[in-house]
Design a protein around this ligand. Structure first.
Ligand SMILES: Nc1ncnc2c1ncn2[C@@H]1O[C@H](COP(=O)(O)OP(=O)(O)OP(=O)(O)O)[C@@H](O)[C@H]1O
Length: 310
């Protein structure tokens, strides 16, 4: 059993209708997703908007009800109601996409960062102030910031406040949902590198959600690629980028712009080849509903959704 094991996770949202507002169908936001993360590593969930990444992350931390499947954290089954009392919420924290809306604008930084501490630790006012100042220093903000409000900070600084709040309880796992996509490109690298630094320092494990393959390449050890609630491919980051197997992954990889002008012609050719393959062999990758087939292992570290031969 690993550090975090997600087994055949399904999260379906009911669609209601008719006179009695009964369930008439369901959005299969996550439809049979499995992955494992080793402690201290970064695992990326990638896919276009609506593929089910956020729903997966929220289900792991208990913010979405699970329709089926299991989530084990350090061997504890988080989906077992008897385990509701386990103090794992303390060990798993989330960083949200938008630092502008995820921090309460009416609260001072001290109240934002101290919120998790107030829920779990009984500190005196003095101890709390000291702890928050220490956390702010850790994320590169001046301890004098504690009395300021979120609007007094830039986007990158606000995300650092969100990170200070997330690490306040010394969590083991952080679910980072598009942590830099609301930030200017110039600030994105700073925040990402900072996340890598504190990962080493605090031995954090990340479940890193992003639609940006370039960022995922920079951050993640392994990645899972989602399409319409299912995995199309999973593997070590290097393998996925050098040897993508599924046509959806190939299209994502082909779409990453190459900044080196020397590679532009090569990349254009690759893009055309991928597009041809997509048009010619769509049905070997997707079923009649346009959903990916089940994942099959092609090596110990790489699995892809292709139909079984024959
Ligand atoms: N509470 C909900 N009720 C109904 N449908 C939902 C709910 N939350 C998400 N969905 C649907 O589930 C699907 C997956 O959404 P999700 O937000 O997980 O995707 P995503 O890959 O994270 O995309 P994005 O990057 O846009 O957030 C979408 O079709 C979405 O509309």
């Amino acid at each position: 059993m690993g550090f975090l094991d997600v087994e055949d996770l399904k999260v379906h949202f009911p669609i209601r209708g008719g006179l009695l507002n009964r369930k008439i169908d369901a959005v299969r936001a996550v439809d049979g997703v499995s992955f494992s993360i080793e402690q201290g590593k970064t695992y990326g969930l990638v896919g276009e908007s609506g593929s089910g990444k956020t729903t997966t992350g929220r289900a792991v931390i208990g913010l979405n009800n699970i329709t089926a499947g299991k989530v084990f954290f350090e061997g504890n089954d988080l989906t077992d109601k008897k385990n509701k009392m386990l103090d794992v919420r303390k060990d798993i924290q989330m960083i949200f996409q938008d630092p502008y809306s995820s921090l309460n604008p009416k609260k001072r930084v001290i109240d934002i960062v101290a919120e998790p501490l107030r829920n779990y630790e009984r500190l005196t006012k003095k101890e709390e102030r000291y702890k928050v100042a220490e956390l702010l220093e850790k994320v590169g903000l001046s301890p004098e910031s504690i009395l300021k409000y979120p609007h007094e900070f830039s986007g990158g600084q606000r995300q650092r406040i969100g990170i200070a709040r997330a690490i306040a309880l010394k969590p083991k796992l952080i679910i980072a949902d598009e942590p830099v996509s609301a930030l200017d490109v110039s600030v994105q690298a700073q925040v990402l590198n900072f996340m890598k630094d504190i990962q080493k320092e605090l031995n954090l494990t990340y479940l890193f959600i992003s639609h940006d393959l370039g960022i995922v390449k920079h951050m993640c050890d392994e990645i899972g690629i989602m399409y319409k609630g299912r995995y199309v491919e999973e593997g070590k980051t290097g393998d996925i980028f050098t040897n993508p197997q599924h046509i959806y992954t190939k299209r994502l990889v082909a779409a990453i712009p190459d900044i080196d002008p020397k590679n532009r012609e090569k990349q254009k050719q690759f893009r055309e080849e991928v597009q041809r393959e997509y048009e010619e062999s769509y049905e070997s990758y997707f079923n009649e509903e346009g959903l990916a087939y089940g994942l099959k292992k092609i090596s110990d570290t790489h699995a892809v959704a292709l139909p079984e031969k024959g």
